[in-house]
Design a protein around this ligand. Sequence first.
Ligand code: NAD
Ligand code: FE2
Length: 383
Amino acid sequence: MAISTFFIPAVNKIGMGCLNEAVELVKTYGYKQALIVTDHVLNEIGVVGKVQRLLTDVGIKSAVYDGTNPNPTTINVEQGLAILRQHDCDFVISLGGGSPHDCAKGIALVAANGGDIRDYEGVDRSAKPQLPLIAINTTAGTASEMTRFCIITDIDRHIKMAIVDKNVTPILSVNDPALMIGMPKGLTAATGMDALTHAIEAYVSIAANPITDACALKAVTMISRYLRRAVKDGSDVEARENMAYAQFLAGMAFNNASLGYVHAMAHQLGGFYDLPHGVCNAVLLPHVQRFNAKAAASRLKDIAAAMGANVANVDDQEGAEVCIQEISRLAKDVNIPAGLAELNVKAEDIPTLSANALKDACGFTNPIQASHEEIVAIFEEAM
Ligand SMILES: NC(=O)c1ccc[n+]([C@@H]2O[C@H](COP(=O)([O-])OP(=O)(O)OC[C@H]3O[C@@H](n4cnc5c(N)ncnc54)[C@H](O)[C@@H]3O)[C@@H](O)[C@H]2O)c1
Ligand SMILES: [Fe+2]
C-alpha cells in the first residue's frame, strides 16, 4: 500500500447549537480582530449579525466582507484582503457555504504569503500557513470548512482554479445544523449531491485508502437515507444533523483521496457559465461513473450496496450499473435537472470545456485517465 497523509483541521465542532461553544473556544485562542467573510444573503437573513454579537460578548471585534459571489472570484479575494488590511485583522472567520470558505482561504493565504491568489494555483505552492481561519458552515455541503481545497474563479480566464494546499486548512471547523435549517430546497439538494459526489469520487479514486474508504461509504449510506428527507422538510432536525455529519465524512474522504472527473468537469461549467457547483456535479455524476465502470466496477458495486441496493447476487458490471441507477434515482427525487441542456450549456463550448477539464488537478486521481474525445463524449451524454 502507498504511504498516505491525512489532513483535517485540528478541532472540529459538529452538532445542534455548537456555534455558542465554538465561540467560547475562539475566545481562548486570544485573537483580537476578525475579518468575517460571508455573502449578502447571510448578512440579510441576520446570521452575520448573530455571529458578530456572539464575538462581541467574548471581547472580539469584527469587520465584515459580505461581497462573496456564489462562485468566488479573484476580485472577491482582492476586495476582502483590502478590508482585512484596513482593519488590521489578526484572524479570519468564514461564514456560509463553500463560497465564503474558499474566498476566506484565498484572503488568508495571500495575507500571510503575499503576491496574488493566482500564484497558488496547483498543489502546495505556498510557503507559510495562512492567517488563522475559523470556518462556520451553513450548507451540507462542500465540506470546504474542513478541507485543504480552495476553488477560486479567475475572472480573466473564466476558469475555476483548484488551489490544493495544506496551508489553507482551517484551524477550527464548525457545523451547527441550526444554521442549515433555513436552506431552501434547491440549495439543500445541490449541496447534498455535491457531498455524495465527494464520497463517490473519493471511493473510486486511485489515492483511496482504508481510512478514506470508511468515511466515503458511511457518507454514501447517510446521504442516501437522509437527503430526500432534508429536501422534503427543511426543519427535519434529524435529517439536517445527519447531513451535517455525512458531508463532513465525505470531506474527510476527498480531502485525502482527492476527487475525479466529475469535479474536474463541473469546475469548467461553474467557471464558464457561473452555474451552481452541486447541480453541475449531480448532473455529471452518473455519466462519469458509467465511464469509470470500465476500471472501477467492483468499487461502484460497493457504493450501490452502501446506497441500500441489493447487489449480493450480481457481478461487478451489473453492480456498477445498479449504482449508476441509484444515483440517478436520488438526483431525480431531489429535483436535480435531467441534463446540461436545461442549464443552458452550449454544445459548441464542449471542446474547450473538455480541454480545460483535463488540466484540472481534481482529475488526476480519477480511476482511469481519459482522452479529450472521451471527455467530450461524457459531456455530450450529459446534455
Ligand atoms: N474547497 C472545497 O473543498 C470545495 C468543495 C466543493 C465545492 N466547493 C466550492 O463551493 C462553492 C459552492 O458552495 P455551496 O454549494 O455551499 O454554496 P454557496 O456558498 O455558493 O451558497 C449558495 C447560496 O446559498 C446561500 N446560503 C448558504 N447557506 C445558506 C443557509 N443556511 N440558508 C439560506 N441560504 C444559504 C448563500 O447566501 C448563497 O446565496 C463553489 O464555488 C464550489 O466550487 C469547494
Ligand atoms: Fe464539490
